[in-house]
Ligand binder design. Sequence first.
Ligand code: GLU
Length: 443
Amino acid sequence: MQYVTRFAPSPTGFLHAGNYRTAVFAYLFARHTNGTFVLRIEDTDKTRSEKKYEDNIIESLVWLGLEYDSMHRQSEWVEDHERVLRDFVSRDSAYVSKEKNRDGEDKEIIRFRNPNKEITFTDIVRGDITVDTTDLGDFVIGKSFTEPVFHLANVVDDSLQGVTHVIRGEDHISNTPRQMLIYQALGAHLPKYVHLPLVLAPDRSKLSKRKGARALLEYRDLGYLPEAILNYLSMLGWHPGTDEELFSKEQLIERFDLSQVQKSGAIYDETKLHWFNKEHLHLIPDETFKEEVKKHISAGFGEALEKSGRFDQVLPVIRERIGIFHELEEMEREGELGYFVFHPEYKKEGLLWHKNPDEAQTKKHLEKTAEYLSAVPENNWTYNTIKEGIWQYAEKEGRGDVLWPLRFALTGREKSPDPFEVAGILGKDEVISRIQTAISKLP
Ligand code: GLU
């Protein structure tokens, strides 16, 4: 039998990243079992549903890579809901009840005739759950024949769309008994229920956009990788049974299994998400990485980097230093990359190491450094040969005394990657010339 799962969001607001965890689990389960993943927009609440939210949900799923096999709008199935409501009334599974609404007006609503019995279902995550439905009373299933309420529409759609596994948040557990009664009245085959643990804010309160999680596409705009978000969301309530954490989408599809879904709540932690993103940055191919970098630096700087001929060599430095692409904007603004292209501007004091700020000594070290580096052949100008070229001298004279002025001469900055790496990227001529400039600043 082919399994069918669905993601059934209500388009009444921008969903935050934690909300998409449910979609991720339903998707992975469907793909893992070669089943079908359905998107159903539950838009029966006409006053609160908006097209822009629906569009946002679709854009988010596409960006995350959760392609769905079919899509339905609940509002397009109202005829089915009406047919079921009338059928229920004709069979006395439901009845029309004249009641006053909040404004004191008489209204005819449709109530389900509760058989008042004990009902047990086996939740795949939580095991057997038994509920006495008596407490639920004759609950409302339609505000009129053409206005089904959530429980009715949700069940009719699930059954007509052939949903075999209802995978949703634990907050829906209390809805399940009502929905099962409706299923039984329909005479339809019950789906399997999978109630996922809640996703909580770091302080274990309810996760919200104010507390902990952003709207999904905000992460896109910050330059997060969809595969990193997918990986992170997949771990919110599921574990692979080992210590492994990093997975590609294909690996997740292969490994995902409902039996490894946990009962306890999962904490949404942006720091951890950032870590996942940093790890995934190392997995993407150079070409793709470069294209993304270009999107997050100014066009002018991108061109200058390209023209310098050093762009490809700077990429590993960038990869090492960023966690998300957005950080590049600040790096550029703060001048953390500019020296790979432009001669650094600085005052001579910067060249002096704070533990030994002696101008004459500093000048001597720079002269010696230039001398040793001149001896490194240009066609073998690498991190290792550069380091070997000056290491003995630096060890003898003091690493800080020798390497601080060199690094500052190359970058004009207090913080930067180590000087051998920078020198390797800049090339021999440029390095010697920057050291000469530094020497000429000192008396
Ligand atoms: N529209 C409901 C929600 O967004 C769907 C619940 C379900 O998955 O059955 O919570």
